[in-house]
Structures are given as C-alpha cells and as structure tokens.
Design a protein around this ligand. Structure first.
Ligand code: TRP
Length: 324
C-alpha cells in the first residue's frame, strides 16, 4: 500500500498565486507517489467568528481551484472536514491525552489570543488537537505544510507518542513535508501574499484583471525615474518573474540594473507570463464552473471514501480506550 499523505487548508475561497506555488502545486505532485487525502478544514475556520459568512461559497470556489489545478478525485480523496464528523469524536478522545500546558504554549494560540482578545475560545486552544485528529484519523504519515505549521505538527507528534505510549501502538508519527517554494510576497512587495491583505493575484482572475493587479504592484522603491538604475534583488516583480519567466530571469535583471527596461514594461511582461501560465488552469476552471453538480459529486464522494477509513480508525481507538 502507498504511504498516506494528508493535508488540510482553510476555506479561503478563490486561491491565489501564493497558495498555488506554496501548497497546491505540491499537493498535485504528491499524487504521483502517495495515496493523498486533501481536506478543506471548515471546522477549523470557525475559530474565527467572521468565518461563517460565505463559508459554503468559499468551500465551493476553493474546490474548483483545486480541481482545475490538477487535484484528481480519481486518485486522491478530496473532501470537507465537517462532512466526516468522526474527526470531532477523535478530537475529544485525543484531548484526554493532551496536557493543557502543551496547548497554551503554542505560539499561534498566543498570537490569536492577542489579536482577538474578544474571542479567546476553547476551540482556539484545541486547534492543534483537531489538526492532529485530522491527520491521524487517516493514519497519515506525511503532511505537506508550510513552515508556519511546524509547531503544530510537532505537537501532533507529541500527542501521537503519548497516545501510543498509553494505549499501545495505534498511529504513525506524522512527518512534515516542507514545500520547497520560498515565501511568495504580495503586490505590496513586503508582506506574504494573502487575501486579507488584498495584495494577491487570484488564479481565477481574468487576463485583464491580472494585468491591472500586476500594474499596481510595488517595485524597487529607490527607482523613481525610468532612467534610474533598478535593483532587481529588492523588487518583488523580479521575484515573481522567477516563477513565470524563469528563462529570462538574468536578462531581466541586467536590463533593470542599467535602466534598459522600465518598471511598466517589466510588469507588462510579468502579467503576460502569468496569463500564459494560467491559461490552461483557467480553461479547465471554466469547464468546471459549467458543471456545478460535478463539484458537488466530487465532494460527496470524497466524504464517502474518507468516512470509510475514519470509521475503521475510530473503532480501533475506542477499543483501545476501553469504550467498546
Ligand atoms: N492549521 C492548518 C493551517 O492553518 C490547516 C490544517 C488543519 C491542517 N488541519 C490540518 C494542515 C491537518 C495539515 C494537516 O494552514
């Protein structure tokens, strides 16, 4: 049997270039060698109260992007977390072997407690336990995540070790598989590309929308006039060229440095590169948009297949814990 991969992502709606380069591309590649399970974690999203707004639409749009990008429901299980409610049972059971101190020490918890002091809820403390339940419900050994999730994964391993120690070997210790793509910065050239910062380029944007977004990008701040020499190494447009015009990357840098190219042309070229690269994705997505029933079927089938595995694991866990 192939090793199992599990990853979860919050329902953030339409995905952007940062999501693609940082996660989705990696998810797609792993399908070659592993049995992959990819989950839209709608329950996790509820730790932030505003999340309920547009939740269903966000899930649908995200699944459209996943499918159009090459996640393949024939090979992988694609589903929505709450559709397999056994994860919440397992979360409760795992919470019994998780010392509270482990959870309140987590940096993301402390950060959330600081940024949403009006809503430091119990779910927020248990966030990593639910994440652990996600992974181990499917006995996944490999978890593709970004660097920011490493502390959560370390905690998952500790919970697994403790469970296995107390109740006998049940779960594999999940290992993080870091994505190799460096951080993708947004149009501001300063912060990580993210919807909430409105600095993103959506995969599903039209060619014209993409061009407009790219033209608004910040470039080298020291370059005020077209005739000024540029500094590609501090320019995010140049960084983005790495992904979309990799063959011309040195030429672009040289031309920028001796002011043979201006920022406007440089951005025009980037927009063209992005539009060219994303054209097949956008065509596939348009086909899927025309078949909303198909997307629903994929989600239902994913839940069905995930459920079968979940029931098996949960029964074993309950036996080990003396509940059966
Ligand atoms: N915490 C992850 C994030 O915010 C999402 C997530 C939930 C996850 N469950 C998971 C990731 C299980 C990997 C495995 O990005």
């Amino acid at each position: 049997m192939k090793d199992r991969v599990f990853s979860g992502a919050r329902p953030t709606g339409r995905q952007h270039i940062g999501n693609y380069l940082g996660a989705i591309q990696n998810y797609v590649g792993l399908q070659e060698d592993y049995q992959c399970i990819y989950c839209i974690v709608d329950i996790h999203a509820l730790t932030t109260l505003e999340a309920t707004e547009g939740l269903q639409e966000n899930i649908h749009e995200m699944m459209l992007d996943w499918l159009a990008a090459g996640l393949d429901p024939e090979r992988s299980i694609l589903f929505v977390q709450s559709h397999v409610p056994q994860v919440m049972e397992l979360h409760t059971l795992l919470s019994m072997v998780t010392p509270l101190g482990w959870l309140t020490r987590v940096a993301t918890f402390k950060e959330k407690a600081r940024t949403q002091p009006h809503n430091i809820n119990y779910g927020l403390v248990g966030y990593p336990v639910l994440m652990t339940a996600d992974i181990v419900l499917y006995k996944a050994g490999i978890v593709p995540v970004g660097e920011d999730q490493l502390p959560h994964l370390e905690l998952a391993r500790e919970i697994v070790r403790r469970f296995n120690y107390i109740f006998g070997d049940t779960f594999p210790e999940p290992e993080a598989k870091l994505t190799t793509t460096p951080l993708v910065l947004g149009l501001d050239g300063v912060k990580k590309m993210s919807k909430s910062l409105n600095n993103e380029i959506e995969l599903a944007a039209s060619a014209e929308e993409t061009r407009e977004r790219v033209m608004s990008a910040f470039t080298d701040p020291a370059r005020r006039y077209r005739s000024d020499p540029g500094h590609p190494e501090v320019c995010n447009v140049w960084r983005l060229h790495h992904f979309f015009n990799p063959d011309q990357i040195d030429e672009i840098a040289d031309e920028c440095r001796d002011a043979r190219r201006g920022c406007v042309e440089c951005k025009e070229q980037l927009a063209e590169g992005i539009n060219l690269a994303l054209a097949p994705f956008r065509n596939r997505r348009a086909e899927l948009v025309a078949r909303p029933q198909y997307v629903k079927e994929v989600i239902a089938d994913g839940a069905h297949r995930a459920h079968a595995i979940a029931i098996e694991t949960l029964t074993e866990v309950k036996e080990r814990m003396g509940l059966i």
